[in-house]
Design a protein around this ligand. Structure first.
Ligand SMILES: NC(=O)c1ccc[n+]([C@@H]2O[C@H](COP(=O)([O-])OP(=O)(O)OC[C@H]3O[C@@H](n4cnc5c(N)ncnc54)[C@H](OP(=O)(O)O)[C@@H]3O)[C@@H](O)[C@H]2O)c1
Length: 249
């Protein structure tokens, strides 16, 4: 690994990405923080060890330019993500496509473009997925689909890239108190959301240890375990009831 190599974190301007950037930088890792909100990137640069670089994951041209300009990387934490937490019927295709672009396509483009530097530095890829990719998530159906994609993609890629000296790990947290969940549809579930500091610490542990798949928190581990055993249709129906009630409260 070269001494100047950095860890790229996407979606570092808020929530989990921001907290991971701060925690990793405070222990001495050099961080390349990205996101669209430039003022937030400037704020982050007050922390020694963090460099900000604006990037809009909706633009494949911008991603290509970013990857061409990026120096050596020892790791990539694919964290940026968006959701649409409303009935599918009230959404629109433009939102669906932005969600798939941000949560899936941009990640694939980043990994593909950054393979040379990651291979050179025996690098790491941590994919921030979601418990919603392991269990059905009605009223966030497109989001759940993107996260299920990233879990299966990540676990498959892990086995391929081990032969290239690149480690891949998938991290699947449950609800976290961030901007993503600061929405009316989540209000009644607020008490169940985990503090972002704790989940960032768990994600960093995953980055250090690189397990195939990790789920932070006892309750979420239980849900992930049950999701392997219970019929998926049954789980989907239970989840629909919970999230419909949450929306009504
Ligand atoms: N919060 C939860 O309950 C929860 C649960 C499980 C998994 N997760 C996952 O954890 C990750 C982080 O979520 P969070 O809760 O921290 O959300 P958040 O606070 O809303 O942060 C999302 C980040 O993604 C970035 N982003 C969104 N669209 C982008 C785009 N087009 N280009 C570049 N950056 C973009 C945002 O930056 P800009 O707006 O500045 O671009 C922001 O930094 C996501 O992948 C999410 O799916 C969250």
């Amino acid at each position: 690994m070269t001494t100047e190599s950095k860890i790229l974190i996407t979606g570092a301007t808020s929530g989990l990405g921001r907290e991971m950037a701060i925690q990793l930088a405070s222990r001495g890792d050099a961080i390349l923080a990205s996101g669209r909100r430039v003022e937030r990137l400037t704020e982050l640069q007050a922390h020694a060890q963090i460099t900000g670089h604006p990037l809009d994951l909706n633009s494949n041209t911008a991603i290509a330019k970013f990857c061409a300009e990026t120096g050596p990387l020892s790791g990539v934490i694919l964290n940026a993500g968006i959701t649409f937490a409303d009935p599918f019927i009230s959404g629109d295709f433009e939102t669906d496509s932005a969600l798939i672009q941000t949560n899936v396509i941009a990640n694939i483009q980043l990994i593909r473009s950054l393979l040379p530097t990651l291979k050179h530095n025996e690098g790491r890829i941590l994919i921030i997925a979601s418990l919603g990719g392991l269990t059905p998530l009605p009223y966030q159906s497109v989001y759940a689909g993107t996260k299920a994609f990233m879990i299966n993609f990540g676990l498959s890629l892990r086995e391929e890239l081990k032969h290239e000296n690149i480690k891949v790990s998938v991290f699947a947290p449950g609800g976290i108190k961030t901007e993503m969940t600061d929405i009316p549809a989540m209000k009644s579930l607020e008490k169940d959301l985990a503090p972002v500091e704790n989940i960032a610490a768990a994600a960093i542990k995953a980055y250090d240890k690189m397990p195939a798949l990790s789920v932070p928190g006892a309750q979420n581990k239980l849900i992930a375990g049950v999701s392997k055993l219970a019929p998926r249709g049954f789980l989907a129906a239970q989840a629909e009831k919970i999230y419909r009630k949450a929306r009504e409260n």
